[in-house]
Design a protein around this ligand. Structure first.
Ligand code: APR
Length: 234
């Protein structure tokens, strides 16, 4: 076995204290997340959208830490004698803080902003407002969260597809499988003969997409799974 691709979703960060999208009512101050995380919402009310992401950024920077699931994936990357790629739908930086280096944030990153005028992507650890200035072109009001909203195209898809086609093992962790294209990755990997494993608290759908499903908390299951992959690889 040479190539492992791990797709992660909100469930892997849940044990760190970040709420999932589709759990707990899925509302933010009475707005459906789908009504805030769109280009139309940003055009209509940029202040509201900034406020939504400012709160998430503040929360991420104020004491949220990686959990054993993030740390296990970093160990897999470090110790596996082959290629490990983490493709995450999460916009937090917990994989990096857990020690993973080969990470693709297909839905963007909360700790970055992007200027809608010049395209510059910059580190962003502060609140954004309609008065924020682009550090490169100095336009005012143009920096937006560097996140992929509903209706926008995820980042680095060709690279992800190449990795899925080459994967011998595909593991999905803590994702509801409701949002495409990520939800279709298992089929692509399987069509190219990868073994497929899912880790989730719950059943994620009509089933059958994954060869193996492990039910439970990612922070408990993933360290054992990584241990057994490494033992087999040794
Ligand atoms: N361990 C394992 N799985 C868990 C845990 C846990 N501790 N806690 C929750 N889960 C599972 C839930 O059962 C659920 O299936 O994680 C999944 C989280 O699902 P969603 O909230 O739908 O998150 P995700 O799949 O990442 O959403 C995809 O949707 O809103 C957009 O862009 C956003 O990236 C996000 C995308």
């Amino acid at each position: 076995m040479r190539n492992i691709v791990v797709l992660t979703g909100a469930g892997i960060s849940a044990e760190s204290g970040i709420e999932t999208f589709r759990g707990a009512g899925g509302l933010w101050e009475g707005h459906a997340v789908e009504d805030v995380a769109t280009p139309e919402a940003f055009a209509r009310d940029p202040g509201l959208v900034h406020q939504f992401y400012n709160l998430r950024r503040q929360q991420l920077l104020a004491g949220i830490e990686p959990n054993p699931a993030h740390v296990a994936l970093a160990r897999l990357e470090r110790e596996f004698d082959g290629e490990v790629l983490v493709v995450t739908q999460n916009i937090d930086d917990l994989h990096e803080r857990g020690g993973s280096e080969n990470v693709i944030h297909m839905h963007g990153e909360l700790l970055k902003s992007r200027c809608v005028s010049c395209g510059e992507v910059s580190e962003c650890r502060h609140d954004l407002t309609v008065a924020s200035e682009c550090p490169r072109c100095h336009a005012v009001g143009t920096p937006r969260p560097h996140v992929v909203w509903f209706g926008e195209i995820p980042l680095r898809l060709p690279e992800i597809e190449r990795a899925l086609i080459a994967a011998d093992l595909f593991i999905a962790v803590g994702t509801s499988g409701r949002v495409y294209p990520a939800a279709g990755f298992v089929r692509l990997a399987r069509a190219h003969e990868a073994r497929t494993i899912e880790i989730n608290l719950e059943e994620t759908g009509p089933g059958g997409a994954f060869q193996e499903s492990r039910r439970g908390r990612a922070g408990e299951i993933l360290p054992d799974l990584v241990g057994s992959i490494l033992a087999r690889d040794a």
